[in-house]
Design a protein around this ligand. Structure first.
Ligand SMILES: Cc1cc2nc3c(=O)[nH]c(=O)nc-3n(C[C@H](O)[C@H](O)[C@H](O)COP(=O)(O)OP(=O)(O)OC[C@H]3O[C@@H](n4cnc5c(N)ncnc54)[C@H](O)[C@@H]3O)c2cc1C
Length: 389
């Protein structure tokens, strides 16, 4: 994996040694077979989480006060870890990402007691975290959330359904967004912590996607939780969700960057070793053009991702525009780059078990979750227009 980008001024010596630690761990642990899955996916995830915990990597998902490495979540570290894990294993990237996304609202907005109760376990890898925002009728349109939370005798009572929840059914804790106020749209939402053994949580179905990840549709049946499970203030749920996504959106771009780098390395090796028409594939100008486009897209994605991370880590309150650009560009170009790798591999590229085939499936969802590409364009345009006013 090309690591020359680590010389860019966005990084500190600590980032460079972290990248080397993750590179070496991922190479030793996943080798060339990290995209193959044979057994139970839930157990595989639990095993990966234990290993990420033992390596101290999940501690990057929580603040220093509760066992983390940095005072605040360090976006560049999160991006470096995701990029480097994704190069070897989509599932390892997924497990790491969910520890951060699933606990991010608690790190950013939780009360000290909430942080003390949950974050050390998330950081050690002992607790599995999930983020429950999407509903059957509220995906891109977050403000349409219908799950209800109402105060009854001092407890919150939760009623509704969530879908496409990563780690659904295997998580120990969920950050859940529900409508607590009698106002429509974004202003009526609040964020809550749900524990897996709270009575009333049903896993309605497990959802199979083109790249295996634990995903589920969940039903909350008159679930009663204590009042102190509210995160932040009533009615702040939308703000909490968006601020959490602000931190983690660039990291989705970073995961797709790891997939794109792997695709370029695989395609380059194949092009240099595949003989045809009396020379190698790499000698054909058409193939060179494809490799050049892949290399260019990788560098532009990396610049956008680490620009966003650097801005956030340097104290920017919000990086909405930068994170949206990083996610949009990196996920879209990774998809195109991986498609080029499949093409360079020919029939082998669509054969089950080949790395380009796995990458082709792994990258697809990243253009949809945490804000589809079209939504990112809206976000960028709104920020641009507001700045031009
Ligand atoms: C693998 C995977 C993991 C996920 N994990 C989680 C999770 O952990 N927690 C969670 O809460 N959710 C999760 N999701 C759900 C994900 O966030 C939603 O799928 C996403 O927000 C899109 O919502 P939707 O699927 O309902 O599509 P819809 O909202 O119905 O949108 C469909 C399509 O419409 C287009 N579109 C949407 N808005 C616009 C617009 N304004 N302008 C133009 N076109 C538009 C886009 O192309 C979009 O893909 C996950 C999804 C997947 C696939």
């Amino acid at each position: 994996m090309d690591s020359s980008f680590l010389n860019w001024p966005f990084f500190t010596p600590d980032h460079r040694s972290l990248a080397e630690q993750v590179r070496s761990f991922a190479a030793d642990t996943f080798g060339e077979t990290g995209f193959e899955h044979h057994g139970d996916i839930d157990e595989e995830c639990a095993d990966i989480r234990r290993q990420l915990g033992a390596q101290g990597l999940t501690r990057y998902c929580i603040p220093e006060e509760f066992g983390g490495h940095h005072n605040q979540l360090d976006v560049r570290s999160l991006c470096l870890i995701r990029e480097t894990l994704a190069y070897r294993s989509g599932l390892a990237d997924f497990v790491f990402a969910m520890q951060g996304l699933g606990s991010g609202a608690i790190s950013l907005f939780g009360a000290p007691e909430q942080k003390a109760r949950y974050l050390p376990g998330v950081g050690s890898g002992d607790l599995c975290a999930a983020f429950a925002l999407t509903e059957p009728e509220a995906g891109s349109d977050v403000a349409a959330i219908a799950t209800q939370a109402r105060l009854e005798g001092g407890d919150w009572v939760i009623e509704g359904e969530k879908t496409y929840i990563s780690n659904g059914g295997i998580a120990d804790l969920y950050v859940l967004f529900a409508r607590s106020e009698d106002v429509p749209g974004a202003r009526g939402l609040s964020a809550f912590i749900i524990e897996a053994n709270d009575p009333g949580l049903d896993v309605v179905e497990r959802i199979d996607t083109i790249a295996p990840h634990p995903l589920a549709r969940l039903r909350f049946n008159k679930m009663r939780i204590p009042a102190d499970r509210l995160i932040g203030e009533r009615g702040q749920g939308f703000k909490i969700a968006m601020a959490t996504l602000d931190v983690f959106r660039s990291t989705v771009g970073a995961a797709s960057l790891g997939f794109a780098r792997r695709a370029l390395d695989e395609a380059t090796r194949r092009a240099q070793t595949r003989e045809l028409f009396g020379s190698s594939l790499a000698d054909l100008p058409g193939v060179q053009t494809q490799l050049a486009e892949m290399a260019l897209d990788i560098d532009t994605s990396a610049l956008l991702i680490y620009r966003a991370g650097w801005a956030k880590d340097s104290g920017a309150a919000r990086i909405t525009r930068e994170a949206a650009m990083a996610k949009l560009h990196a996920t879209e170009t990774a998809q195109h780059g991986i498609d080029k790798a499949v093409q360079i591999f020919g029939g082998l590229g669509v054969t089950k078990g080949s790395v380009p085939e796995a990458l082709y499936r792994e990258v697809r969802a990243l253009r949809i979750y945490e804000g589809a590409s079209e939504v990112q364009k809206l976000v960028i345009a709104r920020q641009h227009l507001a700045g031009a006013r």
